[in-house]
Ligand binder design. Structure first.
Ligand code: PGA
Length: 260
């Protein structure tokens, strides 16, 4: 695990984009795992710049996103489909058929049957198979939650978990309520790659910035490997890079840190 600390968010985002760009240049048909959230926005802006100014070519790249809410149509402005098209895909030359974001809508399925419905289970196994059909993820971009979560794998998620439907915690629902009209409009379920799925990517690139992430970064890097901090699983990965700004690295011991 390599932790590289940067002066600020912009420097961290630039470095993240350079890493992804170098992987695309080396392997034009890269299988790229992507994340939503505020953290990777700067990285996506930099990738768009590299595409526009330096011709970084996404035409052969295939993407798989970590997660999606269940029950939101792709055109909903809080869906992760929408987020990805607005913040990255529509600005680069990616083929629509190469983009994979977990399916959030399942016809008129009732919320009470989400957890057991075979359609959702089938989708989750298909998503796993599809990643394998492309040869597996070459590199997966990750954020980290203040509690150490990765994707929607909250503390307590099995370290071997696969793509599945998860109930959102009350805290996540409340945190997300600001993006919706009322708290009742907030989705209660999401489909997420599991920790086991994420760990099979050949390379992991986790980004973290701000004071709010300092405890989670310390636990992930220096703490015990435990389901109570899902990001701590990265300690077992052969090629995990963590990029931070100074604030998110603020609690790390010196021996764990390299400066970018
Ligand atoms: P953030 O979310 O990038 O919006 O901080 C990260 C996460 O929860 O994984």
């Amino acid at each position: 695990m390599l932790v590289v600390v940067h002066e600020d968010y912009d420097a961290m985002s630039k470095k993240g984009a350079e890493i992804i760009a170098s992987r695309i240049r080396r392997k034009p048909n890269l299988v790229l795992g992507l994340a939503t959230g505020s953290t990777p926005l700067g990285l996506y802006k930099e990738l768009i710049k590299l595409h526009k100014n330096e011709g970084l070519d996404f035409s052969k790249v295939t993407t798989f996103n970590l997660d999606e809410y269940v029950g939101l149509p792709p055109e909903h402005d809080q869906s992760y489909h929408f987020f990805m098209w607005e913040n990255l895909f529509k600005h680069i030359n990616i083929e629509r058929s190469h983009v994979h974001v977990p399916q959030g809508m399942y016809g008129d399925l009732k919320i009470s049957s989400f957890e057991t419905d075979p359609k959702i289970q089938q989708f989750c196994s298909w998503y796993e198979d599809e990643m394998l059909r492309y040869g597996g993820l070459d590199i997966q971009v990750l954020g980290i939650g203040g509690n150490g979560h990765i994707a929607f794998n909250e503390p307590g998620s099995s370290l071997g978990s696969r793509t599945r439907i998860k109930t959102l915690t009350e805290k996540t629902v409340k945190d997300n309520a600001r993006f919706f009209k009322t708290v009742n409009d907030v989705p209660r379920y999401a489909i997420t790659m599991g920790i086991g799925t994420i760990m099979e990517a050949k390379e992991l690139l986790l980004l973290a910035n701000g004071d709010g992430k300092a405890d989670a970064v310390k636990a992930a890097v220096e703490g015990p490997i435990t389901a109570m901090c899902p990001a701590s699983a990265l300690q077992l990965h052969r090629k995990a890079i963590i990029l931070t700004d100074k604030k998110a690295a603020g609690k790390l011991s010196a021996e764990f840190v390299t400066y970018g």
